[in-house]
Design a protein around this ligand. Structure first.
Ligand code: COA
Length: 361
């Protein structure tokens, strides 16, 4: 694509020692923009077709020097973001395994089916190099699974993927967008306007000898009461997650439990198989009824047998953290819950005993 010089940010401080020749590739990452915005976050890699030194005086203030460049944007370095398709899931799985994330291929397929037009691939020279997934809950949007291949990092590719995901969720009604950030990359999200909400702990426990399983279906979830579970979940999560609950239940009905007080739901737990061990959660309970949470956790652990269990829990829900650590779970990592947009006032963290995963809430 040919860019007119006027389309480039106008002011920049060129490296003093650089000798410009036509045909060279110019990394304009040192651009100082008049407006701090999307432009400044991007790194331009451009082929110089001509340049005009007329207004540029090395003896004056370098930072304010004005230079006219005529450039050709290279296709080599400029990523292209497109919708992810099912055929990309093999690539996504490789990236996830490379990061030692704990999702199976089946999990990626499920997360893609939540929002098939809302997952994106970044390509360089038509080769996929990164992805991001979203899920829309109406006024609330979630995003996650953001990975860029190691050799393409720090070129603004994740920023481009994030902008695409944010645009998509906003166009689908999201006023607030949430994510769980690995602490060391949280600056990436802050630069896009996200703010910290609270810490999100990652705990695990290896179960050696499960207690003998009690017979009886008092805690079983049935297809018929998924909608009731979703209504209960909304009271604490703050948005309708029916599509996530339905899909987790359909895949693993035997790993989904609920606690009832007569006909009223007091809590539920949905576990799922992971690449390594099992993920425990979604796990939502009436915070006034701590015995329910205890019973559900115990029943969940008993149903899973000899394995390692992984769980993400909001640090601010002290009851949940105490319950899990009291059952032998120990912390192996910590993320930061972040949001873009206004606070979700109908979210009640006291009822969230385990998150569903870093891209589902
Ligand atoms: C995190 C990740 C997606 C960033 O991708 P990227 O394409 O390199 O990101 P960008 O180039 O858009 O980075 C934009 C800004 O974010 C911040 N940032 C990105 N990666 C960072 C890192 N590893 N450490 C600290 N800051 C980082 C920087 O401020 C960066 O701006 P700068 O390069 O001008 O300093 C990539 O490193 C990755 O895939 N990591 C492994 C998976 C992962 O951790 N995903 C995020 C989970 S929350």
């Amino acid at each position: 694509m040919q860019l007119a010089s006027t389309q480039l940010p106008r002011y920049f401080s060129p490296p003093v020692k650089t000798r410009y020749t036509v045909g060279m590739t110019v990394d304009l990452s040192f651009i100082i923009c008049e407006k701090i915005g999307a432009e400044s976050a991007l790194r331009y890699s451009l082929i110089l077709t001509s340049w005009n030194q007329g207004n540029f005086d090395r003896s004056r203030n370098q930072k304010n020097a004005y230079i006219k460049l005529n450039v050709l944007m290279t296709t080599m370095e400029s990523p292209f973001v497109r919708a992810l398709t099912e055929a990309d899931l093999e690539f996504a799985y490789k990236l996830n395994i490379g990061e030692r994330w704990n999702d199976r291929k089946e999990d990626l397929l499920r997360m893609y089916t939540y929002q098939p037009e809302g997952c994106f691939i970044a390509e360089v020279k038509k080769k996929p190099v990164g992805h991001v997934f979203t899920v829309s809950y109406g006024k609330l949007g979630w995003l996650g699974l953001l990975i860029v291949e190691a050799e393409y990092r720090r070129k603004g590719i994740a920023t481009q993927l994030m902008n695409k995901a944010i645009d998509y969720l906003s166009q689908h009604g999201a006023e607030t967008i949430k994510l769980e950030a690995a602490t060391h990359v949280s600056e990436l999200y802050r630069k896009l306007g996200f703010i910290d909400e609270y810490g999100s702990l990652r705990l695990s426990k290896t179960v050696k000898k499960p207690a003998p399983q009690k017979k009886g279906g008092s805690m079983a979830i049935t297809k018929e009461n998924i909608n009731k579970i979703a209504t209960f979940d909304k009271k604490y999560f703050g948005a309708d997650r029916t599509k996530v609950l339905t899909s987790l239940f359909t895949e693993n009905p035997q790993l989904c439990l609920a606690s009832y007080d007569k006909a009223t739901i007091e809590g539920y737990l949905m576990c799922r198989k992971a690449e390594n061990g099992y993920n425990l959660g979604l796990f939502v309970c009436n915070p006034e009824n701590t015995q329910t949470a205890k019973n559900l956790l115990q029943a969940g652990m008993n149903s899973l047998g000899n394995t390692t269990l992984y769980v993400g829990v909001p640090e601010t829900n002290k009851n949940a953290v105490d319950l899990l650590t009291g059952h032998g779970f120990t912390q192996y990592s910590r993320s930061i819950r972040m949001r873009l947009g206004p606070e979700l006032t109908n979210e009640k963290i006291r009822g969230i005993f385990a998150i569903g995963g870093p891209m589902k809430g």
